[in-house]
Design a protein around this ligand. Structure first.
Ligand code: MSP
Length: 565
């Protein structure tokens, strides 16, 4: 299998981490966990830290921080520290946020690191040598609040104010180094046409194509160095200290600089660059053209999700309504980190519509999917096995309880295709980056167990079996089969849910003694009554407990949002 290299944007080190940064990184974390599972290199991956240099089984997640923005300098001074001290402090805050969210990554790159700076200089030199970077004049509308130029049409549309912050734009002329973007437009269009999956989702691809067809102009890749410190904060152009490499160009190179080093060569190109729609143009147009100029292969997919908004309103500094880390921590304290991951993953803006973070919705989803779903279902089955079989996994024999109910096929289809949710199966869903679709297969399997329980009513059968002093072998055998089927189906469901909820599923596996063996792939693990299945005769609840301790306590719908302390 080809290595799977996935990246998140590198986040501005000036911001405090919030749900938006955590969401994109969560998507990358869940995708990486699924890919490790496909490759048999573990379901977990270490949470919240670096997994190791090479990437387990060829899965490599890169995240990090973008530190050369001018704002870093002013903020640092406002806080009475040097820019690098300020960057250190905030980069640490991002790492801490990701640790708390249980994200595992192979590398965390910071653009102030020597390994990055040296590579950027090397790339820029190469582009200059080939004439892809040249010196020229630039006049345009400068958005100081975003540190970027906006095109005439965008400026006009926004009334010559920043389309993002609403602050006035200023007309600026400067000597600049330019990247010959125009020379690559036709090749890029061709690439996009040939590779429908290159820009996703589909609607975003069409937006990019529309803009591309309007024509591409060369883009400035440097900023003039003036007297002040902020203008020098960054990487100076090779052999020209009067210019600094534009922070966006510096930042985009991180995806390459991190792995363009001995031992990591095989990782290129990335399978997916994940981000939100705000920065798609840089990733779907400018970056691929730079890669073409460098003679590098293009990433397999550039995936742009939409935005989180809060209780129906855009999150912004002015409104001060970010779902920030303290808020996420408060939710995690009450409902568990995995519940926060679950809500974000399944209700988030993966597609082309924005998603609302609402307390009412959180509680509804938590109760439906987790407390009353996988949580309740595992406790019920475990309690019944404890009651009727002393906590020992019963032997299902060859018994088919419902004539038309073929569990081995149902389970296999949930994982590999033709399930009620999709015809593609998890590997294909992952190829399309449909992570919510992939975990939905797990949810659906839990629903199948619920429906099976209602239809077969093992609790009634258990009473009968008791009454008959366990002397009716037909009833006993039937009960054993039902409960085994439920437990085994839940085991397989838990594997599909684990990339989203690694902590809770690991807890279940410890209890049930079914922690996936090292080296087992998703396909191996999904085999019904196979090598990795629950074994009749073994104790289900390893702790020997009551068997009914819920994984997720039911949430009180009347309780308000957790208070942020
Ligand atoms: N530093 C640049 C990226 C350079 S990548 C070579 C940058 N940084 S950022 O800190 O502003 O991060 C932007 C990204 O954060 C978005 O693309 C998205 O991944 C995430 N989000 C920020 N706000 C968001 C929401 N409200 N909702 C969802 N994700 C959002 O841009």
């Amino acid at each position: 299998m080809h290595p799977y290299y996935i990246t998140t944007p590198i986040y501005y080190v000036n911001d405090r981490p919030h749900i938006g940064h955590c969401y994109t990184t969560l998507l990358a974390d869940v995708a990486a966990r699924f890919q490790r599972l496909l490759r048999g290199s573990g379901v977990g991956g270490k949470g919240g830290s670096e997994n190791g240099d090479r990437g387990e089984g060829g899965v490599f997640l890169l995240t990090g921080t973008d530190e050369h923005a001018e704002k870093v300098v002013s903020s640092a001074h406002e806080h009475g520290v040097t820019p690098i001290e300020w960057a250190d402090r905030n980069a640490a805050a991002f790492r801490a946020a990701f640790e708390f969210m249980g994200f595992g990554y192979e590398d965390f790159i910071r653009t102030t690191e020597r390994r990055h700076i040296d590579k950027v200089l090397e790339y820029v030199r190469r582009l200059q040598k080939h004439g892809d970077i040249y010196l020229g004049d630039y006049t345009g509308w400068w958005d100081a609040s975003q540190e970027e130029y906006v095109t005439e049409s965008v400026a006009k549309e926004a009334g010559y104010n920043s389309p993002v912050t609403g602050k006035p734009l200023v007309k600026r002329t400067e000597k600049n180094y330019f990247f010959r973007l125009s020379a690559y437009a036709a090749r890029l269009e061709e690439h996009i046409a040939k590779h429908p999956a290159f820009i996703q989702p589909e609607a975003r691809r069409n937006e990019v194509l529309g803009r591309l067809r309007a024509g591409l102009q060369d883009v400035p890749v440097s900023r003039a160095v003036t007297g002040d410190e902020a203008s020098r904060w960054g990487i100076l152009m090779p052999d020209d200290p009067s210019h600094r490499i534009y922070v966006w160009i510096d930042a985009l190179f991180n995806y390459l600089s991190a792995v363009d080093t001995p031992g990591r060569e095989g990782l290129w190109p990335p399978a997916v660059h994940v981000m939100a729609k705000d920065i798609l143009w840089f990733h779907a147009v400018i970056w691929p053209c730079m890669l073409m100029a460098l003679g590098r292969e293009l990433p397999g997919m550039v995936y742009a999700h939409s935005y989180w908004v809060r209780e129906g309103r855009k999150m912004s500094k002015t409104l001060g309504n970010f779902v920030d880390l303290p808020t996420l921590r408060a939710y995690a304290e009450r409902y568990s980190v995995d519940a926060v991951r679950w809500y974000m993953l399944t209700q988030g803006p993966l597609g082309i519509t924005d998603a609302d973070f609402s307390h009412a919705k959180f509680v509804e989803v938590y109760n439906a999917d987790l407390a009353n779903g996988i949580g309740n279902c595992t406790s019920r089955v475990s309690a019944l096995i404890t009651k009727s079989f002393g906590g020992i996994v019963p032997d299902p024999g060859e018994f088919r309880v419902l004539a038309d109910h073929d569990w081995p096929t149902i389970a296999r289809n949930a994982v590999l295709g033709e399930s009620a949710v999709s015809n593609d199966g998890v590997p294909m869903l992952l190829n399309r980056f449909d992570l919510a679709g992939a975990v939905a297969e797990g949810v659906n399997l839990v629903r199948c167990v619920d429906a099976y329980l209602s239809e077969t009513t093992p609790w009634k059968l258990a009473k009968e079996v008791e009454k008959e002093n366990r002397e009716n072998p037909d009833h006993l055998q039937r009960l054993a089969a039902i409960l085994y089927h439920c437990a085994e189906a839940l085991r397989i469901a838990s594997i599909l849910l684990a990339p989203a909820m690694p902590g809770k599923m690991a807890e279940l596996w410890t209890r049930w003694g079914c922690t996936p063996a090292a080296g087992a792939t998703l396909e191996d693990l999904a085999v019904w009554q196979g090598e990795h299945s629950l074994k009749p005769g073994e104790r289900l609840e390893q702790g020997g407990g009551s068997g009914a301790a819920p994984l997720f306590m039911r949430a009180d719908v009347k309780e308000g949002a957790p208070v942020v302390g």
